[in-house]
Design a protein around this ligand. Structure first.
Ligand SMILES: Cc1cc2nc3c(=O)[nH]c(=O)nc-3n(C[C@H](O)[C@H](O)[C@H](O)COP(=O)(O)O)c2cc1C
Length: 207
């Protein structure tokens, strides 16, 4: 069982999502012993934005790609290889402006790749990332159980990721939504983090 641990908070210190994704990893390794772990901090190793050459290369059969196209796709190929190599993805992710951090969006733009992470036959699409488990620890500053934050449209993160993950074949995904961590005081923040730790512990023990 190989684990891909991804973080996407801009913070290097005092990041709740990083602290909780690290807690997930510690709990997982305590349960299963030393597992191979691949770590990717998207705010440090941020993938490049896809270029026009990337897009052209992506839709050109591999054997017909020019050296320039191959070079433009190299970073994406390496990221896709890392996704295929792992069995479990543990993702720390803050909500930024109702959706995913741009660090994570550019990662998605690199890994949604025809014949690499999804296939198409006639008009039928098929995800190619098979038999993976995905855990998303999504921290949010606001209290989504109160006021206008309860409106479905305030959360453009989970519905978006559920759609992308399903498209890639990642149907076994679990969201651990942690809120409020910023705008409702220390007590509410501490309670949210404590509840998340309990949920993570339960999820790891169900593995
Ligand atoms: C640029 C930016 C945008 C944010 N947008 C939202 C938001 O739309 N909704 C929300 O509940 N919190 C928002 N927050 C608060 C973060 O979600 C919260 O501080 C974060 O989950 C904490 O994660 P971290 O400690 O790992 O960085 C935002 C924070 C930043 C820095």
């Amino acid at each position: 069982m190989k684990v891909l641990h991804i973080d996407s908070s801009i913070r290097q210190e005092r990041s709740v999502s990083k602290e909780l994704s690290a807690f997930f990893m510690t709990t997982l390794l305590a349960r299963f012993g030393a597992l191979p772990v691949d770590y990717l901090d998207l705010s440090v190793d941020t993938p490049s934005h896809p270029s026009a050459l990337f897009v052209q290369g992506n839709y050109t059969p591999p054997e017909e790609r020019t050296p320039e196209m191959i070079a433009a796709l190299a970073e994406s190929e390496a990221l896709v290889d890392r996704l295929h190599a792992a069995d479990i993805y543990v993702i720390g992710m803050p909500m930024y402006n109702f959706s995913v951090p741009s660090y994570f969006k550019v990662f998605i733009d690199n890994i949604v790749r025809i014949n690499r992470t999804f296939g198409k036959k006639d008009n039928h699409y098929e995800g190619l990332l098979k038999n993976k488990k995905v855990y998303i620890i999504n921290t949010r500053g606001a209290d989504f159980s109160a006021g206008f934050m309860q409106e479905q449209s305030m959360d453009q993160l989970q519905p978006y990721l559920e759609r992308v993950f399903a498209f890639l074949g990642l149907h076994d995904h679990h969201f651990i939504n942690v809120y409020p961590v910023q705008f409702s005081g220390q007590e509410a923040r501490a309670k949210a983090i404590e509840n998340a730790r309990k949920t993570i512990t339960d999820l790891v023990h169900m593995l």
